[in-house]
Every structure is written in C-alpha cells, then in structure tokens.
Design a protein around this ligand. Structure first.
Ligand SMILES: [Fe+2]
Length: 213
C-alpha cells in the first residue's frame, strides 16, 4: 500500500564525499476518506481563520503571502478539528506502515498540520521545514487538485544542476518525506482551488502540535 523512494549517496570513496539517506513515502488514502467533505471544511474554515488572525503571520517562504491560509499555519493545528478525526487515523496508519517498513520504532510522535488553499496562478516557492537534530518527517495530503506536481530537491544537490524528484498530485495521495528535503509546487493553473494539507511530525511537542501516537 505504500511506495518508498530512497535518495541515498553511493559508498563514499573519500572522507569528504557527502553521505546522505533521505526518504519519500507515498500512499493512496482516497478510499478511506471523503475528500470532498474535507475540501468543504477547509474552504469554510479558511474565511474564519483569515479573519481571526491578522498579525504574527509567516508564510514560511512559500510566497503565498499575507492573505493566505498558509501564513496562519502557526495559529492552529488542523488535526485538532473534529472533522479531521478519521484523517488523523489514516495519517497514523501510513506513518506506522512506513516506520515498520524501515524496521524502526519511534514513539511518541507529535503532529502539527495546516492547509494551503491556492488559486489560479499561485505557486508554493521552495522552502524547507526542519534541518536541526530533531528533524523527523513532514507530509502532504492532496485534497483537491488539477494537474499539479510537488517537487522535492535532494538537499545536497540544490544549486547548479539540482536533483529533483517530481511527484504528481492526486486527490487522496499522502506523501511523507524526510523533513529536511526542500520542496516547491508547480504553478496552479486550474479554475477551482488547489487544496492541500501539510504537516510536521516531531518526536517532542512543538507549538500547537498534539500526539499522533
Ligand atoms: Fe512545505
């Protein structure tokens, strides 16, 4: 049910060669969740949240700007919403499958999520979530989309000829990735909203995060 991609360095032949091992995991949860319902909840809450929070905004280098739901991501945790109860369980299941696949054990895990609502012509610019020693997993869930992709850049090859992994967005697709992988999206060209959820997983409580498992 999960697809796992590994971005791994070759065996280093000198002490100075970069050594790395990053992961991207995808899964389809469209049969478990009604994403039309999720879409409607996010569009309704978007108006309320944009009105409620007008200071202390931070679009985290996405360039979606002051009027976006994204720039309010530090003010709420989407997994606190009762409407997201089943989706949170699905995220937990995919996380557990991925961790089992890697034969790892990590508990507890905390999660903090938000939504991105993009309109025609908008694009999430390259940004990165966490590069410190606590870096764990980030994630994306596609709620509504129309021919768009998310691009993940190998963190040690970002400058001249970057190594880029394109993942086409499909409604109901969840992606988990090493949370230090820079990423961006294609420009949204559809007439209806492109809606995604994004989240950070951490091994300690941060900000508005709550326990996933
Ligand atoms: Fe992101």
């Amino acid at each position: 049910m999960i697809n796992v991609y590994q971005i791994k360095s070759e065996e280093p032949k000198t002490p100075f060669a970069p050594v790395y091992n990053y992961y991207i995991c995808t899964a389809d949860i469209s049969t478990l969740i009604d994403f039309n319902d999720i879409r409607n909840v996010i569009l309704k809450k978007e108006k309320e949240i944009i009105k409620k929070y007008d200071t202390g905004l931070n679009d985290a280098y996405t360039e979606l700007g002051h009027n976006s739901l994204t720039s309010r991501f530090e003010h709420y945790n989407i997994f606190d919403w009762p409407e997201m109860f089943n989706l949170k369980s699905a995220v937990k299941s995919i996380h557990d499958m991925f961790i089992d696949y890697l034969k790892l054990q990590t508990k507890p895990v905390y999660i903090n999520g938000w939504a991105n609502v993009m309109r025609k012509g908008e694009q999430i610019k390259t940004h990165i979530h966490n590069v410190d020693e606590t870096c764990y997993l980030g994630g994306h869930i596609c709620v509504a989309c129309d021919q768009s992709s998310t691009f993940y850049i190998n963190p040690v090859n970002t400058i001249n000829d970057p190594e880029i992994f394109e993942i086409e967005n499909k409604v109901g697709q969840i992606t988990l990735f090493s949370n230090c992988i820079p990423h961006y999206t294609s420009k949204h060209s559809g007439d209806s909203e492109r809606i995604t959820m994004a989240f950070d997983m951490n091994i300690a409580k941060k900000g508005n995060s709550n326990v996933l498992l």
